[in-house]
Design a protein around this ligand. Structure first.
Ligand code: PLP
Length: 432
């Protein structure tokens, strides 16, 4: 008898975690399991889905594209869906971002941004300017470079030897303020560490990478807009590139198309993925300014950006992205986003009064609550209990340790979102 080839599921310990649930189909906010159960996907399947599962408009666009051109090498070639994507994103992205480099997912969008930043200064004959600064509690992906700029965590612990050195500065984690202040009276003193670092070593630093306004995996940590604005000003002052990793926050999650828009900040490089295709297909995009790109336009071949992935600019993924952006243009997507934001605000205000809840946080469609726990952090013992409870009640929520959060597809109804919050309240009452 042949040994079966088993799927090794991500973030899953075959001994400790329940067997994976088998999904037969999905529609809107619901996953339909092969055993007949229905699960409400309150986290947009790892934050990718925007307009509902199996959205018919995106699905048709992908099917139609597959009959014309599925994939072609993007080095030396281009195609309509990629050109259309550039034109469509032009309408939403800050005007100063003039070039788009396509890749495969969030991690590769980040790798591209980091490499562009470093090679930019290399090409300008300033090779000493190659160091990178990142935030405490940051997360930027699981490939080696993205892992290096992510903060140390259970995800990175086995791989310390593979991570390159990065300067780590404070995040604006107000609930656990790194400089011991209160938001009501502070002046964003947490940015001082970055200020001192750039004053001392700015001439050696290529880029600062941040998740703008919201650190997702780190615990749904919401920053004051002033924090991002101050980082932008410091980067400008010290001729350091600002990389905004909008992989999670992009495409409306925070209430605006991009989190940077909420703070009126324009980064030098912007990483996009997740929602870019509406959650249909994998794709990464790194946008940059003309200034960044111009260092690569050169008579010297060595100044070329020698980076590319086989499926870069996949025509089906571009078609999905174009259909998703078309939905932004002709459906009331921002009304849906506003409705979700209102329910989040109302329900989090009530949850704040529960003795088990230490903090509540929200930016737009993303609502989170940090439970009081003896063992806060990703490996909190609360996490598996909460996850199981939610699934038994028919809701997919994957707490980050003691932090429960919702990031629903935009087509969730008010009633469905209230139901999700009702289950969260039930779980807190039952388990804590
Ligand atoms: N950047 C941020 C802010 C993310 O939240 C993630 C994934 O959660 C990534 C990068 C990595 O994206 P991917 O999982 O598509 O590689």
């Amino acid at each position: 008898m042949t040994t079966p080839l088993r799927i090794w599921h991500p973030f899953t310990n075959a001994l400790l975690d329940p067997a994976p649930l088998h999904v037969a189909s999905a529609e809107g906010v619901y996953l339909h399991l092969t055993d007949g159960r229905r699960i409400l996907d309150a986290i947009s399947s790892w934050w990718v889905n925007l307009h509902g599962h199996a959205n018919p408009r995106i699905s048709s666009a992908v099917a139609e594209q597959s009959r014309k051109l599925e994939q072609v090498i993007l080095a030396g070639f281009t195609h309509d869906p990629a050109e259309e994507l550039a034109a469509r994103l032009r309408k939403w992205a800050p005007a100063q971002l003039t070039h788009m480099f396509l890749s495969d997912d969030g991690s590769t969008a980040v790798e591209v941004a980091l490499k562009l930043a470093v090679q930019h200064f290399q090409n300008l004959e300033r090779p000493e300017k190659h160091e990178i600064v990142a935030l405490a509690d940051g997360y930027h992906g699981d490939t080696a470079g993205a892992m290096s700029v992510s903060d140390s965590s259970p995800f990175t612990a086995p791989f310390e030897s593979m991570r390159y050195p990065v300067h780590r500065v404070h995040s604006a984690y107000c609930y656990r303020c790194p400089v011991g202040l209160k938001r009501e009276t502070c002046h964003i003193e947490c940015v001082q560490k970055l200020q001192d670092l750039l004053a001392e070593r700015g001439h050696k630093i290529a880029a600062v990478i941040v998740e703008p306004l919201l650190q997702g995996v780190g615990g749904m940590i919401v920053h004051p807009v002033e924090f991002l604005q101050k980082i932008r000003a410091l980067c400008t002052r010290h001729d350091v590139l600002l990389i905004a990793d909008e992989v999670l926050t992009g495409f409306g999650r925070t209430g605006k198309m991009f989190a940077c828009d909420l703070a009126n900040v324009v980064p030098d490089l912007m990483c996009l993925s997740k929602g870019i295709t509406g959650g249909f297909l994998t794709m990464g995009a790194t946008l940059c300014t003309d200034r960044v790109e111009s260092a690569f336009r050169s008579e010297n071949r060595m100044h070329t950006f020698h980076h590319g992935h086989s499926y870069t600019g996949n025509a089906l993924a571009c078609a999905a992205a174009n259909a998703s952006l078309q939905i932004f243009e002709d459906e009331p997507v921002f009304d849906r986003i506003a409705a979700i934001s209102r329910v989040n605000a109302d329900r989090l205000a009530d949850l704040r009064g529960m003795r088990q809840v230490g903090d509540t946080r929200q930016v737009g469609t993303i609502g989170a609550l940090e439970l009081r726990a003896d063992d806060p952090g990703y490996l909190s013992a609360l996490r598996p209990k909460l996850y199981d409870f939610f699934l038994r009640r028919g809701v997919l929520l994957r707490p980050l340790g003691n932090v429960i959060y919702v990031i629903p597809p935009y087509v969730i109804t008010r009633e469905e979102l209230h139901h999700v919050y009702d289950i969260i309240v039930e779980a807190i009452e039952a388990l804590l």
